[in-house]
Design a protein around this ligand. Sequence first.
Ligand SMILES: [Zn+2]
Ligand SMILES: [Zn+2]
Length: 153
Amino acid sequence: MRLLYCATAIGEMNTSGNYVGGCLCGAVRFTVAAKPFWSACCHCESCRRATASPVAAFVGFDEDSVQFRGDARRLFSSSSGVERSFCVNCGTPLSYRSTQWPGEIHLYAPTFDNPAAYPPTFHVHWAEKLTWFGVMDSLPKHDHANAPADTSQ
Ligand SMILES: [Zn+2]
Ligand SMILES: [Zn+2]
């Protein structure tokens, strides 16, 4: 099932650069041919370790709309049914897929050339948030992975 979590315009194609991105060293580049389904911050321990950051800012897309270029991308199964990818040259995390969300691929907002075009619209795994990490926004905050059930918001 494809989940449409929000009607907020994210990743508007204002310039030709909005839908391209890549890793720190440039060995892996990606292009996305469709608008994202959603954009959110994940506070879970796995994402924190995978990104070495207090929070991971994800953008969810139809997996068929994303194309990677370059041969430095490696896949890693971080838990059952979960596939993450990263650049083997510079270590940048690049994607997340899970059997929990078939047909979706989750990219990281900061790896886009124009990350400002992908503001988060909610938080997930809020229950695992680091105590010293402050979040000042008024976005919806979900204790676990569940996104808002109400797709009309
Ligand atoms: Zn790289
Ligand atoms: Zn997570």
